[in-house]
Ligand binder design. Structure first.
Ligand SMILES: [Zn+2]
Length: 166
């Protein structure tokens, strides 16, 4: 159970079985404290020669490993806005609003369960890439010669993009 204390009133929670599952329950507020996956975005960025842009992570989880650029959606953002912001922060480029590709999950990870909204977008290979704090490198790879990525769901997004663009 994630919540030892109620995030509304601060009272210590109790464990209570509700709807067949043990949940944190606040007896003061009289409500279960539901746990939900964290929404995030990932972007399959490709240039006209079908090369894909991957980033090498400089933070946990998966430090030193490759993955798609992306990150968590912040309060007040749409998923599309989060994707645009994350690309600006991680690799220093501005993209047009991306296309929805698919939705997947990463379960029991470093941050718990994460819901990942996958987008695709075009990138100009001549745009200068400026890796931000969360990544050590941003590199174009021919899509069939890319390194293995740390998140299975990112692989699934790329495989889906490939099937649609063959
Ligand atoms: Zn409470």
């Amino acid at each position: 159970m994630k919540y030892r204390y109620c995030y509304i009133c601060g009272t210590e929670t109790v464990s209570k079985k509700i709807d067949g599952r043990k949940r944190s329950y606040c007896e003061s507020c009289g409500i279960p404290l539901y746990e939900n996956p964290i929404p995030s975005v990932a972007v399959v960025l490709t240039e006209p020669d079908q090369r894909i842009l991957l980033v090498r992570r400089s933070v946990e989880p998966g430090i030193g490993e490759w993955c798609l650029p992306g990150g968590f959606i912040e309060i007040g953002e749409t998923p599309s806005q989060a994707a645009v912001r994350e690309l600006k922060e991680e690799i220093g480029i501005e993209i047009e609003p991306p296309q929805l590709l698919s939705v997947g999950s990463h379960l029991n990870g470093y941050y718990g369960d994460v819901l990942i909204i996958g987008f695709s977008a075009d990138i100009n290979p001549d745009d200068p890439l400026v890796p931000g704090d969360d990544v050590s490198e941003a590199v174009f790879f021919p899509v069939n010669e890319r390194p293995r990525m740390i998140f299975r769901v990112h692989e699934e997004f790329v495989e889906l993009w490939q099937r649609r663009n063959e």
